[in-house]
Design a binder for this molecule. Structure first.
Ligand SMILES: CC(=O)N[C@H]1[C@@H](OP(=O)(O)OP(=O)(O)OC[C@H]2O[C@@H](n3ccc(=O)[nH]c3=O)[C@H](O)[C@@H]2O)O[C@H](CO)[C@@H](O)[C@@H]1O[C@H](C)C(=O)N[C@@H](C)C(=O)N[C@H](CCC(=O)O)C(=O)O
Ligand SMILES: Nc1ncnc2c1ncn2[C@@H]1O[C@H](COP(=O)(O)OP(=O)(O)OP(=O)(O)O)[C@@H](O)[C@H]1O
Length: 498
């Protein structure tokens, strides 16, 4: 990409520029981290959450960067060329997608945002498309795949602009038709998806989360609702009206909005849900007036919502209801999302791993647990560090309300004090109900499994698929809830045989 091309792309953003290179000078590539800068690169200085990229301009210059895109020109080496813009995150997104020669019209792009349900929905949509032999790229918290090939380990739910551009570039090279991605509120706020236009934007729900990052719930909600500005001209918005209202979507023609939910006012109405630990049956009343019978191995009213969203989306993508229904039957779910530890059934009870780490998610999961068991609900959970402190007490109250036994333990404390986190959660616990604090997570899981009687259900929540427990100063300890629970159950089975 030449200097003149970059100047052209940023023309509406430029505050000031000083170019000491020929305008047809070829830039090698774009970098936003000084560690990766090579000769003839452009370095984009991002004022970040932890660092300020402007502090790395000198290092980048020494490594061979020849052009700097900045918000402040105070650190620029004398002979260096620079472009000063209003917002370097916006500029990064702009040039990243153009550098990779990416255009949203190369694909049909589905983006789902919302507090919970994103990973489940995109994974199901990707599965449905692949079952129907369509090409699809999946971008989310759990995996990044092009068709059936895992191409990278997720570092974010929604990758940064440079990473996103490279995934889309590879997708274009492989003639992928559909892009299915999770869109986090952070990514919208940080303009990671600024240059992506969507054919479908879906909203699962917006409930309390990330108030450590967004100052208020309203701000968090408005950031998510603002994504509709990225809708393509003929795009559609799919909205769960059990939690949101059409009127909340500003500047979207009402005829572009398709609604779903348990509410009778929805275009797609979910009804007659019946479920066990193994499967769920429900009906969907369609706008055409037909009634679809759905069978799935993922369970829970919340998953009936996710499935319905996936059905509407893939219908818009050209699949038939019959193809979609067949694909739903063969979907085995997302690791760590209401995932049964199978060997627990040999002991007469169920142990389920779940990712619930917000008050609403925890409530949804515990309600489902109560619905599908005749025994007791035993919950093992904690709260993450470096996250919304206010939600801890609410999660404690939710756990007490829906569980027969609550075991409070450590989640991923990161740099927060694990005991303080437990104290915060404890403030919401109903002390008249059975609860116990066991800070060591393995000991807590072991206790829950040993407490369990026939027909009980043990929910181990908060970390889902995650492989490492995160402690202070970046310390990571290998700990996967499914593996730990599976081993404890095997040991219990062996001891019972003696
Ligand atoms: C807090 C946060 O959101 N940080 C995200 C953000 O980083 P940042 O741009 O603020 O980077 P920074 O670390 O402050 O550094 C600022 C700049 O200096 C540069 N730098 C920094 C250090 C250095 O030595 N040299 C250097 O050049 C950096 O490359 C960067 O350009 O932009 C990066 C690129 O897009 C993200 O990878 C990074 O996600 C971090 C890892 C993160 O943990 N983010 C979380 C909060 C997040 O985004 N979560 C959502 C999901 C939330 C949920 O639903 O649970 C997500 O989409 O992942
Ligand atoms: N539609 C839903 N409504 C409420 N809770 C849900 C819904 N779908 C899933 N959950 C709960 O939220 C948890 C996370 O689900 P999922 O990973 O699909 O959501 P997500 O939005 O991708 O979250 P994250 O981005 O943190 O992974 C699940 O383990 C379950 O407890």
């Amino acid at each position: 990409m030449t200097i003149s091309k970059i100047l052209g792309l940023l023309k509406n953003e430029i505050i000031k520029s000083s170019i000491n290179l020929p305008e047809n000078f070829e830039i090698t590539s774009i970098k936003d981290n000084c560690e990766n800068v090579e000769k003839n690169d452009v370095f984009v200085a991002i004022k970040g959450e932890i660092f300020d990229g402007h502090d790395f301009i000198q290092t980048s210059y020494k490594r061979g960067a020849v052009l700097f895109i900045v918000e402040s020109d105070k650190n620029i080496p004398e002979k260096a060329s620079y472009i000063k813009v209003k917002n370097t995150r916006k500029a990064l997104s702009e040039i990243a997608f153009n550098f990779s020669n990416i255009n949203s019209d190369n694909f049909k792009i589905f983006g789902v945002t919302g507090t919970n349900g994103k990973s489940t929905t995109v994974s199901l949509i990707h599965h449905l498309l692949r079952e129907s032999k369509k090409t699809s790229t999946l971008i989310g918290t759990v995996e990044i795949k092009i068709n059936d090939e895992v191409i990278d380990e997720p570092y974010n739910t929604t990758p940064g602009s440079l990473k996103l551009a490279s995934i889309l570039k590879e997708s274009k090279e492989k003639n992928v038709e559909f892009i299915n991605m999770e869109v986090s509120s952070h990514s919208i706020e940080q303009k990671r998806v600024e240059n992506i236009k969507f054919d479908i934007i879906a909203y699962t729900n917006i409930t309390r989360d990330h108030l450590d990052y967004h100052s208020t719930f309203e701000e968090y909600k408005n950031v998510k609702l603002s994504l509709v500005k990225n809708l393509k001209k003929d795009g559609k918005v799919i909205l769960n009206i059990d939690n949101l209202k059409k009127e909340e979507l500003k500047n979207v023609d009402k005829d572009k909005i398709i609604t779903y939910g348990f509410s009778e006012d929805a275009d797609y109405v979910i009804k007659d849900v019946s479920k066990s630990i193994y499967q769920m049956n429900f009906k969907i009343k369609t706008p055409e007036g037909s009634e679809l019978s759905i069978y799935s191995s993922i369970v829970g009213d919340f998953n009936a919502s996710n499935i319905t969203l996936a059905l509407i989306s893939t219908k818009l993508m050209g699949l038939s209801y019959e193809e979609i229904k067949h694909g739903i039957i063969t979907f085995s779910g997302v690791p760590g999302r209401f995932q049964l530890v199978p060997n627990s059934k040999n002991l007469g009870f169920s142990v389920v791993i779940d990712f619930a780490h917000t008050p609403d998610a925890l409530e949804q999961v515990l309600k489902t647990a109560k619905d599908i068991t005749t025994g007791r609900v035993i919950i093992v959970f904690g709260a993450g560090g470096h996250a919304d402190v206010g939600k801890r007490k609410i999660m404690g109250a939710v756990a007490s309300k829906y569980s027969d036994i609550t075991i409070l333990t450590t989640d991923d404390p990161k740099d927060d004090d694990p005991e303080k986190i437990i104290e915060d959660v404890k403030k919401g616990i109903d002390v008249n109900k059975n609860f116990i604090v066991i800070p060591n997570r393995k000991t807590a899981i072991n206790a829950a499994i040993n407490f369990a009687n026939r027909e009980d259900i043990v929910i181990i929540a908060g970390r889902g698929h995650e492989l490492f427990q995160l402690f202070a100063k970046g310390k990571k300890v290998r700990f996967n809830d499914f593996e730990v629970a599976h081993e404890i159950i095997e040991n219990l089975r062996r001891s019972m045989k003696k």
